[in-house]
Design a protein around this ligand. Structure first.
Ligand code: AHR
Length: 496
């Protein structure tokens, strides 16, 4: 089939905030223990941080990582995770039914972030705790010295503050599964007061209000409106969470989920702006899509109750998952004027692009690669491509474009990239790109992932599902032509 894309400088959506390429580490399963932290592992550094994992995180180029949860944070006493390790308590962790030994906590995570070239996005417990514990944690992390909590940090060996700028006000507080779940009114008030105290402690921080746990919640929409009406002036972002699965084994329908994802984002933008209008406010609330991914392969996998760091949520991803992850990230970029932060959930072992063996090796899952491409090459500003392509109907969707695409333009470095997913299972797309006023740009690299069985996975021994290079596409005047193989992920890079 044939498709056409037109690109122009005027089609600029906005600057891409690098935090859109964020990720997430929760105290859950083997994300921390056996994931990023494993003293005694052959690659562990003097702090027990796995260097093999850090190397892959660096290649992924993740600028910000959310921590320590997730559901975990709603029962967490952050004080349990600081100070001499041998004095830290072991706690029953009710969110995931395990024992948390607290060998790893706030300072260790701040240390890990430095080594991984990432900022920390810290979540506070607004489930079983509240504004007081939250503002103490801000003081512990960000105040230089001369107060109880800042001096405690210094006595723990961290003379300099961690200067954490971005803070989540709890996690999924509308969900019945959450410790200390709340009504919209209860949460709106708690979040507003917590944010107030946290910002009084450090006025340079930004805070994220919990939106609905997903678009499927029956309270979705009214939760956002009600909590925002209460907390609007005191917070900076509202969060979105969404995961997808392919239980029906219907690849066409699975990849069409981007339409729903797009609709979800658009709805939340509208709700934020509805509250803005109602309040006659000059302030715009932006979005933090701080949990998104494919999650279903590992559902209901058994684990030993109250054990320490058992394998949990260990999805092994296949090729079709990689295409959806690439398509979802493209969709996020299409809203980069309003989405400033997004976190692929999660980063290591737990529904993650990086997978380790405790005591052993590590490998890149299929979803690692589209994320890596976008995070490395999708910088600068995003351009909304004018796409002309055939469409299909699937079980739940109509008029699904076969081609999912975004272009990015890094003016400073004179680089561009065009990212495309061909969703057709059996037909190539012959793509013409009209570069219009990007006439001086020439294609320099064409990377793709194609030709794999849709269920193909990577393993410790064989990272087979990975990108490969192709001949650079032809350029005739300002028209670039490329063949996008059936069911494929594609990146065309251009330079001036
Ligand atoms: O990422 C796994 C879990 O999904 C998180 O703990 C929770 O916030 C969400 O429901």
């Amino acid at each position: 089939m044939k498709a056409k894309i037109t690109l122009a400088k005027e089609f600029r959506i906005g600057n891409i905030d690098k935090r859109i390429y964020g990720s997430f580490i929760e105290h859950l399963g083997r994300a921390v223990y056996g994931g990023i932290y494993e003293p005694g592992h052959p690659t562990a550094d003097e702090n027990g941080l796995r260097r093999d994992v850090i190397d892959l995180v660096k290649k992924l180029n993740v600028p910000i990582v959310r921590y320590p949860g997730g559901n975990f944070v709603s029962g967490y006493n952050w004080e349990d995770g600081v100070g001499p390790v041998e004095q830290r308590p072991k706690r029953l962790e009710l969110a995931w039914g395990v024992t948390e030994p607290n060998y790893f906590g706030t300072n260790e995570f701040a240390e890990w972030c430095k080594k991984a070239n990432a900022e920390c996005m810290m979540a506070v417990n607004l489930g079983t705790r509240g504004p007081d514990a939250a503002r103490n944690l801000v003081e512990y992390c960000n105040h230089k010295s001369g107060s109880y909590w800042s001096d405690l940090r210094r006595s723990h060996g961290y003379e300099e503050p961690h200067n954490i700028k971005l803070w989540c006000l709890g996690n999924e507080m509308d969900g019945g599964w959450q410790m200390g779940a709340k009504t919209a009114f209860e949460y709106g008030r708690t979040a507003l007061e917590a944010s107030k105290l946290m910002k009084w402690t450090d006025p340079t921080i930004e805070t994220v209000l919990c939106g609905s746990s997903s678009r499927n919640m029956h309270t979705f929409g009214s939760w956002e409106a009600e909590t925002l009406e209460i907390a609007y002036d005191g917070i900076d972002y509202v969060s979105l969470h969404q995961y997808y699965g392919n239980h029906e084994d219907d690849a066409a329908n699975f990849l069409a989920r981007t339409l729903e994802f797009d609709d979800f984002i658009y709805s939340v933008i509208c709700i934020c702006d509805y509250v803005k209008a109602k309040k006659r406010s000059k302030k715009t609330i932006n979005l933090s899509f701080d949990e998104w991914n494919v999650w279903y392969h590992s559902n209901n996998a058994p684990y030993e109750k109250w054990s320490v760091a058992p394998p949990q949520l260990e999805d092994i991803y296949n090729f079709e998952d990689a295409l959806l992850v690439g398509s979802l990230l493209i969709t996020l970029l299409r809203h980069c004027d309003r989405i400033k932060i997004a976190c692929l959930a999660q980063l290591v072992n737990v529904i993650a692009p990086i997978f380790t063996q405790t005591g052993g090796g590590v490998f890149e899952q299929t979803i690692y690669f589209p994320f890596m491409h976008l995070s490395n090459y999708g910088r600068g500003s995003a351009l909304l491509p004018l796409i002309d392509c055939p469409r299909y109907d699937s079980r739940d969707f109509t008029d699904v474009p076969y081609l999912e695409s975004i272009a990015t333009y890094d003016e400073e470095n004179e680089e561009m990239a065009i990212f495309c997913v061909n969703k057709s299972l059996d037909e190539s797309v012959v793509l013409d790109v009209n570069l219009m006023d990007f006439g001086g740009y020439k294609p320099v690299e064409f990377l793709s992932m194609d030709g794999y069985d849709k269920k193909a996975e990577n393993t410790f021994n064989a990272v087979n599902v990975r990108p490969h290079g192709n001949p650079v596409p032809a350029l005739d005047g300002t028209t670039l032509t490329a063949e996008l193989k059936p069911f494929s992920w594609n990146v065309i890079r251009l330079k001036k």
